[in-house]
Design a protein around this ligand. Sequence first.
Ligand code: 6R9
Length: 655
Amino acid sequence: MTTNTIESILQENRLFPPPSQFSQTAYIKSFEEYQQIYEKAKTDPQSFWADLAEKELHWFEKWEKVLDWQPPFAKWFVGGKINISYNCLDRHLTTWRKNKAALIWEGEPGDSRTLTYAQLHREVCQFANALKELGVHKGDRVGIYMPMIPEAAIAMLACARIGAPHTVVFGGFSSEALKDRLNDAEAKVVITADGGFRKDKTIALKEQVDLAIADQGVPSVEKVLVVQRTKEPVTMVEGRDYWWHDLQQKVSAECPAEPMDSEDMLFILYTSGTTGKPKGVVHTTGGYNLYTHITTKWIFDLKDDDVYWCTADVGWITGHSYIVYGPLSNGATTVMYEGVPRPSNPGCFWDVIEKYGVNIFYTAPTAIRAFMKAGEDIPNARNMSSLRLLGTVGEPINPEAWMWYYRVIGGEKCPIVDTWWQTETGGIMITPLPGAIPAKPGSCTRPFPGIIADVVDLDGNPVKPEEGGYLVVKHPWPGMMRTVYKNPERFRNSYWEHIYPKDGQYFYFAGDGARRDEEGYYWVMGRVDDVINTAGHRLGTMEIESALVSHPAVAEAAVVGRPDEVKGEDIYAFVTLENQYSASDQLMKELKDHVVKEIGAIARPGTIHFTDVLPKTRSGKIMRRLLRNLASGQEVAGDTSTLEDKGVLEKLRGG
Ligand code: 6R9
């Protein structure tokens, strides 16, 4: 049967206990066991993390102090020496895993590659040497702007190996967005490809890099390294640009991993915030390695014979933590896929599952909703009986989509882990442990051991069950971001100064609203700040507004999210024009294209609403709440008393 409609399930109190067979072999086997571990970790978080760090990771030198907490700045495993590339590669080579598949890669056009741990290690060592040869030293930042090909993971691991922090910029970002990020990070080198395949077309990545760095656009960049992927012609600048394959031939495959300080910076990843330009989220080495390692192991219940696949892009935190570092640190087989579902091949994900016998599959609600729309005949035509565990990330999953995922993809036998976390948290924070915690569709259930979460009011007091509040974390954890790159003040005021507990404690506030039910299950309600989550991508309304007003026709812009069946939210822009311009379909298209040029295709507004006026408070603040109501076709709710000109609403409704 094919269902094209998304049925509405009003009441949500169904409970899905882990299948007993699953629990029997899981790392954490029962709710009681979870509770025991959770309580122990809560009582003494430092010993909990220290025991795991000792047991699960290789250290060149042990730490002197588990945690140094000078709110809001944390240091974990102070004085310890470690290298995450060593933990992801070298330590597996002395075991049978040497010849195990580390990375299985499937290209969009149907080409594929498998790299064993020994082969991946060799490639990483060579590329690390190539970086060194080009003058990259410990501490130098390296930009990575790549399609989803093995070289993206190799480049990240090579940077980690020599202690050069990477900053991966999603390949869908425009040259303008790339330029801002490379400049903020002051990257010395950029690693890219001639292009990549996406939705049956090629995207010209090298060209975007050329545009970004032309005319001293990014003065720090000295060299550009280019992987040949699409074989389309590119311009290579003598003395600046180098082919990856030429470099790899010239260097040795010996490159010992650099012992890094536990708190040395591993990477910067830019993410959208409430105001201004994207924030450079800084993650360091030891704590991040431990946190991604143990969350991958317990949440995905990763075993040695599993084939694990996370469909994210390495340009996002999910790709960093759960395609590359977490799985490889565990010695797992991780799948990487270049393509995305597209009209010519809507079943491509299911083909990959069938082809490689994927056991664990991790994707986003927006993808699941798109699959629901396309109909279940598509997945039903494939054999996906290898699956044993499913996961979701990126936004709240609506119970209907959860049920569809459970029934159609999981064949009603796979637990689903709905994992709540953020770029800033480094790894998963609230989630079911699949053998232990019964799932409720739409709830990310309970905090991971060692994570002290709560739902509070602005004074930091816990709210009553079922009441909405702010989702906070009350104790530092190893995977947490350490600062905003070059801007510790912004770190402090973005995350630690919204909630003021009376007793002077510091709570990390994530930007999400949530409620907890009577049983202590968390239900994340979405962002309470001006961040739009569209198709699982996080974009600041400010960024899109700045892109719009940089167009000569636009006087003012206000961007809000409008609920969308598939994407979760769609971008809806209210725009006022400069006098000499008038609204037209042509201009509408031009403005949408302009945003794509400034930020990238993920930021293309679904709607541009031309208007003469925007609703503002007397102090001149745009009243986004009203605009959100208008965009979603709802009645304007709540207080409008602060509105400066009451006639504005009528005018806006008039179109
Ligand atoms: C990993 C990632 C973070 C924001 C976060 C929240 C939303 C992520 C979620 C979820 C409800 C989940 N979010 N997972 N909301 N349930 N399981 O997505 O990082 O790109 O930084 O986005 O995504 O709003 O604050 P990032």
